[in-house]
Each structure stands twice: as C-alpha cells, then as structure tokens.
Write a protein that binds this ligand. Structure first.
Ligand SMILES: [Cu+2]
Length: 690
C-alpha cells in the first residue's frame, strides 16, 4: 500500500545516514549536513550525498506557492553571459551566504537574503580553449573545511577560501589541449574531493579523481576505460589502445553512501561516438553506473545501461540514492535517468536491478559490431522510443536500431531522453521527477581518425531539418518504474535544468522560455510560474534564512537548446516584492535554419560572430549561381560549415576552421543547400542558390 511505504521511507533514510559519521572527520559539521535530510542549508550540488534534491522545508506549499514573488535578482556582472555559455549551476547556501559558479568558472558569494555581492573570484581561464564540446558550463561547487571546490573547463580542480574567494590550491587533472575539461560540480565528503572529467567527444580517457581536500594532492584515480588485464579490459578489442582514448567521461556529481562506503557515478559515451567498427565488444565502462570504494577507489560493481554504445546514449544525469520498500522488504536503491528515456533502478549494494531489467535481442549491423542484446528496464520510458518516418529519409527505427552510413531516424535522439539534467526524488510521493527531451536524430556513421585533442565522433546525429522538438516532465514511481503523471512542454528540457522537490508537496523546475515553474508533486498540476527574463536552464534549490524559505535558480540560457543568454540569479519567497521580467525570445521547436530573415546577396558567412558562438551569420543567404561564399570563424571554438542533405553530410565542407580562419566554397548550381557544423550538429545554415 503506497501510504504505508511513504511514511516509513524518510525515517529509514535519516537513521541510515546519521549512523555513519566518520571517526575523525576533517569537517564534522559539513559531513553531518551531507548525511542529513536537507533543511535550511544546501551544501552540495545534489542537496546532500544522495543527490535527491529534496528539501524538508515546507513554508512554501501547494496552498500558497501561487503567491511567490522575487525576493531579489542579481546580475553576475556579465560573467558567463553570451552565446558560448550555458548556465546550469545549482547555487549552494550555508549560513545565509549563497555561492554560485558561472559558465566562465567565475565564482560569486552573495548575501542569500538580499542578493548583494560579498566577494567574487574571476577564473581568468583561457578564452581560446578548444576542448569544450557542448557549451562553456560549470554545474556548481562543493564545500568543506572552510573552502569551496570547483572543476574548471581547463581541467583544473581549484579550492577557494570560502570567506574571501582567494585561491588555496589548484591541481591540474590533465591539460585541456589534450581534449580534457571539467563541467561537473565536485563532491566533498570526509576530507576528499571527488571530480569527474569531460572530453568524451575528444578521445580522452575518462576517470574519477579523488583529491585530498586540504592540499589538493591526488589520492587516487579510477579510469573508466580499463587497461588490458583490468576488470572490464576484455570488453575492448585485444591489442589496441582504445583504453587511452575511448571517452567514457563523467558529466556530473557522484553520490555517496557512507554506511556502505561506496561512491557512485554515471559514465558517458564511448568515443568515437557513432562508429563502433573498430571497438568490438561491450566497451566498459561507457554508458554505465559505477560504484567504487569511497576511500580507496577500488572497483565495487557496475551496471552498463547500453552495451557497445553507438548512439551517444550516455549516462549523463547524476546517479541518485534512495531507500524504499518493495514487496515488504526495505531496499537500498540507486537510480539514474538515461538518454535512452528509461530510469535505471538498481540495488546500490550490488548493482543488480531492483525492479527488473531484461536483456533483449536487438537489431544487428555487423560492420558496427552491435551488441547482441541490450538492457530493457521493466516499466515505462519517459519519451517515445520510435521515430516517425520523414520525407527524404529511407530508414526510420526504434531505440537501438543499428545504422551504418545510410542516415537512420531514431528516437530517442542522442541527447535524450534525459541528458545532463538532474532528476529529483520525493520520498513522500515515492516519485522521481524526470526531465525529458523529445527529439529525432538522423544517425550516420562516417569513421574518424583519432588525433590528440581533436573532436573524435565518427559520425553525426543532427536532427532532420523541419523535425519537431519538445520536452516533458514525468513522475516515475520508484517501486515499479511506471509513469505516475506526465506533462508535455513546448521546449526541450533535460539538457540544462533539472528538478527539485520539497516537503511542501512541490516540484520546482526552470524552462527554456525563461519561466520557473512549481508543480504539485502528486499530480503534476502547474501551480505557479514566474518569468525570469532569461533561459531558466539550471536546477533550482531551496534554503532558509532568518525563518524565511527561499527558492533560487540561475537564469542564463543554454547554448545547446538556444534559450536566451543571461547572467541572473533569482531568489523567490512568500514575502518577495520583485515582479517578473519580460519574456525573452523562445528557443526553436523545429530543427533547422528555416526561420528568420534571408540575407539577399550576402557572400560572407561568419561563424560564432556577435558573441553567439554556436551560430552562422547570416543563417540564411540567397545568392546567384557561381557565387564564391567565404566562411570565416569569428568565434573562439573550432567550427565547420559541412553540407547536410537529408542526413547525409559532407559533399561540400569547409573542414575545421580555427578561430580567425576562412575558407571559400563556390556554389555553381541552383539549389537549396543546408549545412551544419560537424562538431556541433545543432548549428544550421542555409544557402539558396538561384
Ligand atoms: Cu561548431
């Protein structure tokens, strides 16, 4: 009976965590908060060690949430404001002070009651980094021992004095020139800082790194790509060096169970993303959830969500720990929302499915060395898992449809389902609140040579021009993996902001249109919305100062969705007086360049100009046959203009243009020429030749 379950669970969780205090903790106060239900302070990215993003505060509830207004809004001095950035960070709050990082890795301390600046630390990171695949981004901070910890896009982990913002130590995990970076918020617990690394699109070797919080010294690293002889090493072809550049990076903050002594994290895609031809085998630990011994980094267990991934079906959203009761038995759960559209629900003591996941035979393509079977969780997916046919495409299929060079339409697309965004869990309802992207990809493989520090994708998954894109929010039951409610929304969610839930019976989330929304946690009914003025694509958090409850969210857009850029942090409360801003331009609901003005006679196209890094200017141009068009990279990141014709790419191509470089292409024949950026296939342009 659901009612019984709901009352038991929070008690079990509280006891479990408080029972496991470290003996000689370096920061007992923070460790205690990390192990407790979240109250007035929010001291780590996921609220506490579980990543549940559940607040016990309930001053704001279903009956009064409609009265919420802005308590304050602060603009972060232009930090991370622009087309190359996404603003996805969750603020931390401790003792009335808010700490937040922007997409430029700058960190600000604000008075959490008023929004006033207390200190700021500008990262000074190199603006010419070429190793950022998916927008300049920093998902947040960790705190402990009087310091704040962050990972930077230049692959350094940094500790700042929490009182002043001054740098205490800085440890390079790798060099960005080799394709590495960090976008995840680290996790602090019991004297250790845990950090993931990105670069899955650049042929790197993924890993979790544990650092001594006091000194920044690296204590251990666990490679997500096993060397020959390591656990999982036989899931790669023998005698090859794939383990050195097969990707498998970590996009998000780990979770940790102090009682079991395990640290848990989700692992991203293999490289090259869409080309499995040279990496026969299951390719561990790509697209997996992994548990390690938290002190030593020793392997404990893994669960692979997608074998031999060729669809970019990462496990990118953070792993989440929860306790529940199934068939009368208390169970220790872990859940992860995959890009496949499923939530994977496992037993966190051993990595075995908690509800049931079946290995089923799937479509085969021998040239891709597709896995014979794939895991199918029992329960419901949150997004459609079959693509609709589209004119001009001969192949359309369902999840795990194999493909080679013939473009093949598949849902979910390679960006989800659920991409980087966190889901939340509310023990009162027993539901996970899962963000979803509904989008079709045209998958095609084209092979790729590994070159150190360069993009290494081996294919593409651009959305077909004219295809629809949208999003949804789904409540999934933790005991049966079934949809309890689902709400469709106009724009893609799941690439930026996630959800946060409260004891007030609410779920909060942002929206690419700029609103922050509150829903009834039981029914999904929208109870409140408020326009922040910028793409609200970060995960909200909840805190209390002087007896007043606040909900806060960063609003600065997301480059992969195309929502409005900004540099704002908003806090809301029942006593708030600040009114909403005007709505910014909304993002696209259809893929492609086909909206917007056509520049007549323009024979130059600038890429990444006007501080819009992932765009062409003009996006659409009309010229006479025989025109020579000059493509110039005016941005910071390497880009291409690559022909895109019904999913086929490359019958003309500028090749990679670094910042400042140009290339000319002559268009002799009348026609309609679409193009994309090969490394950023969500950038579209069009040349109409008459
Ligand atoms: Cu590009």
């Amino acid at each position: 009976m659901p009612h019984r379950v709901h009352r038991i669970v929070p008690a079990v969780l509280g006891l479990l965590f408080l029972a496991a205090m470290p003996v000689k903790a370096a920061d007992p106060a923070i460790d205690r908060l990390l192990q407790s239900p979240v109250g007035k302070d929010w001291v780590t990215n996921g609220g506490n060690l579980t990543n549940q993003r559940y607040s016990t505060l309930k001053q704001i509830d279903t009956s009064n949430v409609k009265r919420l207004k802005g308590a304050w809004m602060t603009r972060l001095k232009g930090s991370g404001f622009g087309g190359k950035y996404s603003f996805e960070a969750t603020p931390l709050v401790k003792d009335g002070i808010m700490y937040i990082a922007t997409g430029n890795d700058d960190v600000f301390a604000l008075n959490a009651k008023t929004g006033e600046f207390l200190w700021e630390r500008w990262s000074g990171i190199d603006q010419k980094l070429t190793s950022v695949c998916c927008g300049w981004d920093n998902r947040g901070l960790a705190m402990g021992e009087g310091m704040l910890f962050l990972g930077q896009l230049d692959a350094n982990v940094v500790a700042l004095d929490i009182k002043t913002g001054k740098e205490v130590w800085k440890t390079p995990i790798e060099v960005w020139q080799d394709g590495y970076g960090i976008t995840s918020a680290p996790l602090y617990y019991d004297g250790i800082v845990y950090s993931g690394i990105t670069g899955g699109e650049y042929g790197v070797r993924g890993r979790l790194t544990a650092l001594d919080a006091k000194t920044g010294k690296i204590l251990w690293r666990w490679h997500t790509l096993p060397a020959p002889g390591d656990v999982g090493g036989d899931s790669w072809p023998a005698g090859t060096d794939h383990y050195l550049h097969g990707g498998a990076t970590i996009w998000n903050t780990p979770a940790l169970d102090p009682q079991l002594g395990l640290v848990y994290f989700s692992v991203g895609n293999c490289g090259p993303d869409y080309d499995g031809a040279n990496r026969e085998g299951d390719n561990l630990f790509c697209a997996s959830v992994v548990a390690l011994k938290a002190k030593t980094g020793e392997y404990a267990w893994h669960f692979q969500e997608v074998h031999h991934d060729i669809w970019d079906y990462d496990a990118a959203s953070p792993a989440l720990l929860f306790d529940t009761v199934i068939n009368g038995q208390p169970r220790k759960g872990i859940a992860q929302a995959g890009r496949t559209g499923w939530v994977y629900i496992l037993d966190r003591t051993n990595g075995k499915p908690l509800i049931g996941i079946e290995e089923r035979p799937v479509d085969q393509e021998p040239r891709q060395h597709t896995a014979k079977t794939q895991p199918f969780p029992i329960g419901n997916a949150i997004v459609p898992q079959c693509a609709q046919p589209l004119e001009g495409y001969e192949r359309a299929g369902c999840i795990f449809e194999a493909f080679w060079e013939e473009p093949t339409l598949i849902q979910p697309s390679g960006i989800g389902g659920t991409n980087w965004s966190p889901m939340s869990y509310n023990a009162d309802t027993g539901y996970f609140y899962v963000p979803g992207t509904v989008r079709t990809s045209a998958f095609a493989r084209y092979g790729d040579q590994y070159k150190k520090g360069k993009q290494y994708n081996g294919g593409t998954q651009a959305a077909p021009i004219g295809s629809a894109m949208s999003g949804n929010w789904t409540a999934i039951t933790a005991t049966a993996n079934k949809i309890a409610w689902q709400k469709n929304v106009p724009y893609r969610v799941g690439s930026g902001g996630g959800s946060t839930t409260t004891a007030g019976g609410l779920v909060f989330h942002g929206d690419p249109s700029g609103t922050i929304v509150a829903r009834d946690a039981k029914t999904g009914e929208q109870l409140w919305q408020f326009q922040t003025g910028f793409g609200a694509e970060a995960t909200p958090m909840v805190y209390e100062v002087d007896g007043e409850e606040y909900v806060a969210i960063a609003a600065g857009g997301n480059q992969s969705v195309g929502s409005a850029n900004g540099d704002a942090v908003w806090a809301f409360s029942l006593k708030g007086q600040v009114n909403p801003l005007w709505p910014p331009p909304p993002p696209a609901m259809v893929a492609g360049p086909e909206s917007g003005p056509i520049a007549d006679g323009a024979d130059t196209v600038k890429i990444g100009d006007n501080n819009v890094e992932f765009g062409y200017f003009p996006k659409r141009t009309r010229v006479k046959a025989g025109t020579v068009i000059t493509f110039t990279n005016a941005g910071d990141t390497p880009h291409t203009a690559t022909a895109f014709d019904h999913g086929r790419i490359g019958n003309w191509d500028t090749g990679v243009l670094n910042s400042g470089e140009s290339k000319t292409i002559t268009f002799d024949k009348p026609g309609n020429y679409y193009y994309i950026c090969a490394p950023h296939p969500w950038m579209y342009g069009q040349i109409i030749v008459e």
